[in-house]
Design a protein around this ligand. Sequence first.
Ligand code: ATP
Length: 589
Amino acid sequence: MKEKISLIWKHFRQGSLQKMWLQTLWIYQYGKHYWKSMLLYTLLGLTGTVVSLISSLISKDLVDIITGHQTGKLVSTFIAMISFSIISILISQASSYASTFINLKVDTEIKNDIFSKMLVTDWEALTKYHTGDLVTRWSADASNISSGILNWIPNLIIYVFRFLSALAIVLYYDPTFALFALIGIPFSALLSRPLLKRMKQNNQRSAAMNAKLYGFNQESFSNIQTIKAFDLIHFYTNKLKTLQQDYISMRLDFQKMSMLTSILMSVIGFIVSYSCYGWGIYRVWSQAISYGTMTMFLSLSSTLTASVNSLVGLIPSAISLTISAGRLMDIVEMPQEDHSQDTLVTEFEAQHKSEGIGLELKELNYAYHTGTKVFLNANLNAYPHEIIALVGPSGEGKTTMLRLLLSLLKPQNGDLSVCSGANFSKKISLSPSTRKLFSYVPQGNTMFSGTIAENMRIVKPEATDAEIIEALKLACAWEFVAKLPDGIQSEIKERGGGLSEGQAQRLSIARALLRKSPILLLDEATSALDVATERNVLKNIMQDTYPRTCIVTTHRPTVLNICTRVYAIRKKKCECLTESEIQKLIAEF
Ligand SMILES: Nc1ncnc2c1ncn2[C@@H]1O[C@H](COP(=O)(O)OP(=O)(O)OP(=O)(O)O)[C@@H](O)[C@H]1O
């Protein structure tokens, strides 16, 4: 039994060490681009150590000259002492500049890299994380890595060198002193063990709590209207207080532990310093060493204690670094989208844009990773100059269908493709690469803060004012934009603030039309419009000469008779309705 437990323990240790090693390699793939700066930082650290040791030796000579123990030039020794102190200051500043440089560069590189990887990560996998958690990982964990990257190898080299060189000088002058100077090391090592363990737990809890707090704030600020409308102000302020209280008690709990450890460490430090001091006085009294040697020993003993403490301090930093690296690796190691067909799709678009591009879906099967089955052998066809309506009860799969068309979701089975050419025989399978053929107007408000023109140009930066106005007219938005004092230069607020829902929806549609993508997807994008305006928008899209394939999801049967075909999504199927079925649906509404 005992053997088994030790075997499991060994495996665990090996596993976590191996993990730490992989995390370290991962961190250094960012650091390696700055190896020259890191080398410079290490060399500056080593030179600084040498300079400070030489200063200690000069200070010894200075004291010996003053006390008459040694003959020598007082002024030149004093000047040498001052010069070395100035050099030491300069080196320390250069070293801190190098450290800031590396920190900023690595921080930017990690954040850029993680940001772009997050954007190409499989959407369904990414939705498992709360956005607050994602933002905390992207910002706090990346900053943690960049600010601590020098603690792994460069600072380890510097502190070990500082410790060994100070020890060598002490041993050279008086080995008995080394015994006193090193007396505290076993105690420091012993005390740091529980602290390290707590530090690791604290790091993980703190990261999780930061993510929770960030997520809470983000959701509260974006839902202020709902909070007010339901009179939830007290509930939310209390919830924030509870979260903050948890955070504070966790931090204070840890602070108490680290305070206790610090007090014990300081007591050990005092004991070491006074032992050295006492031993030094005894050695001077017994004339074994000079006053100068004693002052040098005292300064070296604090260098030794400081370098041991710094070395011990590297361990929590390394642990915190690897925890952050692990949290970021969770994100970047999620499945990535396949964009290998980008060039092929660009060529396909250039070749077929003028005649239009359609969609064909055969035998589509899809279930979410949660197990919710949405489609079973579903079929759908949509071609240029057509408006296809998707109708069906709430929760049956209309939005899921649009996500599948955009390849945000991957079907388990089925033949899904865009098509063009004679008899639509030229096909390319749907993938994240085909997404560039689509414009999508999702449910909800998708306007950004800025002018109407700026919002429009997000999708087509080179669009002229005339093009913008044309798109606004098609989406029936020009009728209210024209009346605004600044027209298309009118400012709108975050998430379309200052506009009605229906106005914001028309602007979203106009933006999608301006892009002139071959395929347009409208997900209940006309739900806030009155029936007449909704019909006008769809009629305008129909009558537009641009060969667009349009798919709309709607709960309003009133627009169905202007659509080319109507598919009902129900019972995991996507069935094309006959004319009589459409009329029945309209009559039942
Ligand atoms: N991200 C998701 N993860 C797991 N299940 C989901 C997810 N999104 C939707 N579903 C489930 O898939 C089913 C279809 O949802 P979908 O949003 O496609 O319906 P819908 O027809 O668009 O509904 P509505 O008309 O209300 O907008 C529902 O049962 C829903 O609970």
